[in-house]
Write a protein that binds this ligand. Structure first.
Ligand code: ADP
Ligand code: TRP
Length: 331
């Protein structure tokens, strides 16, 4: 059975893009693999959150994961900082990670640009911490988006370097895990190609948004004056509304508005009203579950304790073996 590891930075609420682009496949993966999903709270310290924000964001992600259907009995769901073995492996990997290769990493260069006042060593060594997350469970597969490919490449470099250095085939080479079906990319309400909270919060519909907020957001979505000739290609913002409808409404609804568009009779107000109701219908069960879970501290504690316990079994074994390979010996 494949070992799958993935981490999610606790940076805010989940939106429809996160759900269709990542979570839905995690939920399928948990059925067929030994999955470790964790909340990357050590990583989030590279941007200096306040203590209250740190805990609140971790809780949000946990609650929303569970509300979406990640099952703590099937997958191992844990908080990164509950697994200090990761920090030890990170330290050990840093001894064989070169400053030059870390400095060349695209995400590091990008961060220097974004936060020139806070270029900390954690940013530089972000890839070794991520590698530690992955190889601590000797993972085979890592479900990540395109933006993480370089980090995964570096993980392979560090794993191979360790194997070579100690002349042992210990760590497998982890590869990106893309699920069979093509991942759906959810576009933004602002006409952008991708719904994203980090690029434009207004482009996103969050799973926890109340119905009135969803209606407002959808009604404000970017449109234009409408087509002037039949069967014209759709401008991006209009294409976006249709893409959302394709994912969230039923096929007849989509066909109905598509036909109206093609015969230049479309009224975007009507289309948005329909789309808003379909989004509300889709997100409502998630929202209810999120509210219910948020107030169930007892259950959340049980989930993270159980996750840490399961993750520790695998992590402690790796650390024990790695220490032995490196040459640490007890007297
Ligand atoms: P954001 O762009 O909102 O900051 P993140 O970078 O935190 O989102 O993304 C977390 C996960 O959700 C990643 O695996 C990413 O590929 C996926 N994801 C984010 N936005 C979308 C989207 N609009 N469509 C599909 N997948 C997405
Ligand atoms: N760097 C990842 C991101 O920004 C989060 C992450 C941390 C991760 N550790 C990981 C993803 C290990 C996969 C495996 O999205």
């Amino acid at each position: 059975m494949n070992i799958v590891v993935s981490g999610i930075r606790p940076t805010g609420n989940l939106h429809l893009g996160n759900y269709f682009g990542a979570l839905k496949s995690f939920i399928r993966m948990q059925e067929e693999n030994q999955c470790f999903f964790f909340i990357a709270d050590y990583h989030s310290l590279t941007t200096h959150p306040t203590p209250a924000d740190l805990h609140g964001n971790v809780k949000n992600v946990l609650v929303e994961f569970l509300a979406c259907g990640l099952d703590p009995e099937k997958a191992t769901l844990y908080v990164q900082s509950d697994l200090p073995e990761t920090a030890e492996l990170y330290l050990l990997l840093n001894m064989n990670a070169y400053v030059g290769e870390l400095e060349r990493c695209t995400s590091f260069k990008e961060k220097i640009r974004q936060q020139p006042q806070n270029v900390n060593a954690g940013l530089l060594t972000y890839p070794t911490l991520m590698a530690a997350d992955i190889i601590i469970h000797r993972a085979h597969k890592v479900p990540v988006g395109k933006d993480q490919e370089q980090h995964l490449e570096m993980t392979r470099t560090f794993a191979n370097r360790f194997n070579r250095l100690y002349n042992i085939e210990y760590f497998p080479e982890p590869v990106a895990y893309t699920f069979e079906e093509n991942l759906v990319k959810i576009p933004g309400l602002d006409g952008s190609l991708k719904m994203s909270k980090s690029e434009n919060e207004n482009s996103a519909i969050f799973l926890a948004d109340p119905p009135e907020v969803i209606r407002k957001k959808v009604m404000r979505a970017v449109t234009d004056a409408g087509p002037t000739e039949p069967n014209q290609p759709k401008p991006q913002a209009i294409e976006n509304l249709f893409s959302l409808m394709k994912v969230l409404s039923d096929a007849e609804t989509y066909d109905h508005f598509n036909a109206l568009y093609n015969s230049c009779q479309i009224r975007y107000g009507d289309m948005k009203k329909q789309l808003a109701e379909d989004v509300v219908r889709f997100t409502e069960p998630f929202r209810e579950k999120i509210l219910e879970l948020s107030s169930n501290e007892e259950y959340l504690r049980k989930v993270v304790e159980m996750g840490a316990e399961k993750a520790r079994i695998s992590a402690q074994k790796t650390i024990r073996e790695v220490r032995e390979i490196i040459g640490f010996k007890s007297f």
